[in-house]
Design a protein around this ligand. Structure first.
Ligand code: PLP
Length: 446
């Protein structure tokens, strides 16, 4: 055990980690990164197939982003947005408005995905007071949704294993069926039938309850942290049409799926949807520094305008809101998107994933290998024909991911789903290598 592992095990409590197992097992200490590679303290190379928890876009130690942060650091490291303006946050806000759906014109900064969602929940709640409907206070969410770990974000989430311990602490929501065709227990024979059933269920609820519903929150196209659950085509558009018809706000959480992950700059673009609010984080600073943003329409923003004595202020903010360095990283990242035409370069990479996933899907213990652009999930099943999962105690997917380290691959699982999220800058050759290494590990464990 080297010095850092000793210190870590003595002092650090890791996120989402059963520390008993952590302390017992040898752990990897990362020393540095370069492009899509990470290196441990012994100099061993690993391909980063999870983009350092879905945040990295243009690779590690990308020159242009390093330089932008250093340039800002040489001016000022942080200057509060409370009562002051800073240059990078203003410029980044303009760019964010440019690259997101037309109509989202105001940016509220926060620190991460959870706080971007937390801000959206509070904005929705408060908005209806000023829009003449103070009775609209409730929220609709999706089955198996994950929107972060702060108390509000957990309230609108419901991945049983993550959230059940906190139930007494949370506000209640109305949960509609999880829109995953592979997992549904509904009696439907096709994706189209499934879509119709989902939208009917939502409309039936809205007909009765829209009058007291403030907003619906969805993670569009793919519910990532729930296990890469894909939605039927037309779902986000259908949800938008219904929420509009029944005067309920639509919050889209693009924390994981934004910034090119699904093959377009943002996921709503696949179905030309304009939400009322969009939550962004992760890829926003290309994986460099914590930053979140909640984008809203003019209609929402304008409802909060008033005299100080009207108390319409949005009473919310964080010490590091709009941090200079994080915003400088975000700006540099968006410049790379433009200069390198990152989105236009994605199809051959997505095709490489598709080819591997087709092969992986045919493996004996793979129930479903599903892809959406530059993200994918490989769900394991003991009996694929009857969709019988492995005993969770076997830790099949976890074992495969752990074993993959031997082959120089860093990848993670959520339950028995292996999550594949390479940096967008990965070349087809690098993606080929990542998925070949994963396959080797799978074959060995199977
Ligand atoms: N929303 C979604 C869809 C996420 O996937 C996540 C994190 O994985 C969050 C919110 C929370 O983001 P953070 O971990 O930055 O707080």
């Amino acid at each position: 055990m080297n010095k850092w592992e000793e210190l870590d095990k003595k002092y650090i409590w890791h996120p989402f980690t059963q520390m008993k197992g952590w302390l017992k097992n040898p752990q990897l200490v990362i020393d540095h990164g370069d492009g899509v590679k990470l290196y441990d303290t012994d100099g061993k190379e690993y391909l980063d197939a999870i983009s350092s928890l879905w945040v990295n876009i243009h690779g590690h130690r990308r020159k242009e982003i390093n330089e932008a942060i250093i340039a800002e650091l040489n001016k000022v490291e942080h200057s509060t947005l409370l009562g002051l303006i800073n240059e990078p946050s203003a410029e980044l806000a303009e760019k964010l408005v440019e690259v997101t759906p037309e109509g989202l014109n105001k940016v509220f900064y926060s620190d991460d995905g959870s706080t971007a969602v937390e801000a959206a929940i509070k904005i929705a709640f408060q908005y209806w007071n000023y829009a003449g409907h103070p009775e609209k206070k409730d929220f609709i969410n999706l089955g198996d949704s994950y929107h972060g770990d702060t108390v509000g974000a957990v309230s609108v989430g419901n991945v049983e294993v993550f959230h059940k311990a906190y139930k007494p602490l949370l506000f209640s929501t109305h949960r509609v069926s999880c829109p995953s065709f592979y997992h549904t227990k509904m009696d439907v024979r096709s994706e189209k039938e499934f879509l119709d059933a989902l939208l009917k269920e939502l409309e039936d609820y809205l007909k009765e309850h829209a009058s007291h519903t403030a907003a619906m929150i969805i993670e569009p196209l793919c519910q990532c942290a729930a296990g890469m659950l894909m939605q039927p085509k037309g779902y986000i558009k259908g949800v938008r049409d219904l929420t509009k018809k029944y005067n309920v706000l639509l919050i889209v959480d693009e924390v994981a799926v934004g910034f090119g992950r699904t093959g377009l700059m943002y996921a709503c673009k696949h179905e030309n949807v304009l939400p009322d609010m969009m939550c962004l984080s992760k890829g926003i600073s290309a994986g460099y520094l914590p930053l979140g943003a909640t984008l809203v329409t003019d209609e929402i923003y304008n409802a909060f305008l008033g005299e100080p004595t009207e108390y319409k202020t949005f009473y919310h903010g964080h010490s590091y809101t709009g941090n200079n360095l994080a915003c400088a990283a975000g700006l540099a990242s968006l410049r790379i998107f433009e200069n390198d035409d990152v989105i236009a370069g994605l199809p051959p990479k997505m095709e490489m994933i598709r080819q591997h996933f087709e092969r992986i899907n045919a493996m004996e213990f793979v129930g479903d290998a599903r892809q959406c652009g530059m993200l994918g999930g490989i769900e394991l099943m003991r009996d694929k024909a009857n969709k019988v999962p492995f005993d969770p105690g076997l830790l099949m997917a976890g074992g495969i991911c752990q074993n993959a380290r031997k082959y120089g691959l860093i990848i993670r699982n959520i339950g028995d789903v292996i999550v594949f999220m390479p940096p967008l800058c990965s070349t087809p050759v690098e993606i080929d290598e990542m998925l070949s290494r994963l396959t080797k590990s799978m074959e060995e464990i199977f």
